[in-house]
Design a protein around this ligand. Structure first.
Ligand code: C5P
Length: 221
């Protein structure tokens, strides 16, 4: 049986990709599947936590009936709005979502047809969900981000951690066959104390190691 070492802990997790529509049938998105967020949520619930997931539209919700609430949203703006509703009272916030950094600056009311050759479409920046949550969270809330990198993995992650005012960043290598949409994972935990390689080569093990770190650093209940 799993020890309930996260009992009493309330955790908010963003997961998956966001979809940014530019006409009624087309979106800007990315290949994130939400696997990391789902593994974290499932394990955390089994370890006794109360978990709220705010996930993008491509993610099939987990079916746990106790200890889990699940919101499906579409765009980055909706993800942020929903996460802000869930934020009060959270002890830990984990941003696993691959939020689209841009959205179309306008949305066509009708499908854009092929004839529009040489088409260009203005985009505008989306809010940074985890950064905004870190700004709005109660002091002492443990804030954790992810950083998918192809190079300068640890330096980039440390910069993002400081810049977004996070306590920890899971720095992971992405590339062919590693990262997006696969279980394969190579990751480091980057905190103010330094860098530790995370054990294992699968997201399941990354989730366990991160929750072990949370159990050791959880804010006093
Ligand atoms: O800056 P970068 O996108 O690499 O940062 C990744 C981290 O920031 C992840 O935790 C991701 O969930 C979060 N993020 C976010 N909103 C964005 C972009 C990234 O929450 N618009």
């Amino acid at each position: 049986t799993t020890p309930k070492d996260l009992a009493g802990l309330r955790m908010l997790i963003t997961a998956g990709s966001t979809w940014e529509y530019f006409d009624p049938v087309r979106v800007i998105t990315n290949p994130a599947t939400g696997l990391m967020g789902k593994l974290l949520a499932g394990q955390a619930v089994r370890r006794g936590a109360e978990v709220a997931v705010v996930a993008g539209p491509g993610v099939t919700p987990l079916t746990e009936r106790t200890g889990l609430v699940w919101d499906t949203v579409v765009s980055a703006e909706e993800m942020l709005a929903r996460a802000l509703v869930r934020l009060p009272g959270m002890h830990v916030v984990v941003g696993t979502a691959a939020v689209s950094d841009f959205r179309p600056a306008k949305r066509a009311e009708q499908k854009v047809h092929k004839a529009a050759v040489g088409l260009s479409w203005p985009v505008e920046p989306n809010p940074d969900v985890i950064r905004t949550l870190a700004e709005q969270a109660d002091p002492g809330t443990l804030m954790i981000g992810f950083a998918a990198e192809t190079d300068n993995i640890i330096e980039s992650a440390q910069r993002k951690r400081v810049d977004k005012k996070l306590d920890a960043v899971v720095a992971n290598r992405v590339g062919l066959g590693v990262g997006f949409g696969t279980g394969a994972h190579e990751a480091w935990l980057v905190t103010a104390d330094g860098v530790e390689p995370m054990p294992g080569h699968h997201k399941e093990e990354t989730a366990t190691a991160l929750l072990n770190w949370v159990a050791r650093h959880r804010p006093p209940a």
